[in-house]
Write a protein that binds this ligand. Structure first.
Ligand SMILES: [Zn+2]
Length: 209
């Protein structure tokens, strides 16, 4: 009986641990390896970049993105531009979401992002919505993926909704993430969604295994 209890207990702890640790792992995130991105160079100067995310900050790419454009080609070009032109270790964002709602991993979360503006991205998990939402409309699938990703990050890193914002909330130098995306933050829609879907796993029992 005692042996049974211990086995039962460890199985439960293991199961609970897996569930608690991995909201991000349960999302269909396309890894850098899968989309063909280069890893951070082994000789990159990463010492000052180590971070634990405590904020979630949303950006847009700032470049018009036609629906028939190849997101992987965009990601590869962005990575080359970031390392070769800007001298950054990687794409400045941790995740990017294309108009179809596919989520791509970019810079590892353990490294702070980079920016052309005056805010300090240390401690921020950076999400970039591919496109220019100053001039184009956010696609519903992209918004759904954004909510999924924000909720997973909030859960895994114990981040409250008050720490979820956009680039322009931290910088006077930019309109990023563009007016059509910013309005969802401005009118509170995003926060209502985060609140109403905070038990999203119950609505998606198949995602728990
Ligand atoms: Zn931005």
């Amino acid at each position: 009986m005692k042996v049974f209890s211990i086995q039962f207990l460890s199985a439960f702890v293991l199961w609970a641990g897996v569930v608690i640790a991995g909201d991000l792992n349960q999302l269909p995130v396309i890894s850098k390896k899968e989309w063909g991105g280069a890893p951070v160079a082994s000789d990159a100067d990463t010492a000052s970049y180590h971070q634990t995310p405590g904020y979630i900050t949303v950006h847009h790419g700032g470049v018009f993105f036609a629906p028939d454009k190849d997101p992987v080609a965009y990601l590869k070009h962005l990575q080359t531009f970031s390392t070769d032109e800007k001298g950054w270790m990687d794409i400045p964002y941790h995740f990017l979401i294309d108009p179809a709602g596919k989520i791509y991993a970019a810079r590892p979360l353990r490294f702070a992002g980079d920016t052309n503006t005056e805010y300090d991205p240390h401690g921020h998990a950076l999400i970039c919505m591919i496109g220019n939402y100053e001039v184009q409309k956010v696609h519903p699938a992209q918004l759904t993926a954004l909510i999924d990703l924000i909720l997973a990050l909030m859960h895994d890193y114990h981040i409250g909704p008050e720490k979820v914002a956009t680039h322009r909330d931290y910088s006077r130098m930019t309109v990023c993430p563009g007016k059509d995306l910013y309005r969802y933050f401005q009118d509170g829609w995003i926060y209502d969604m985060l609140k109403s879907r905070s038990h999203w796993k119950k609505a998606h029992p198949d995602s728990v295994n």
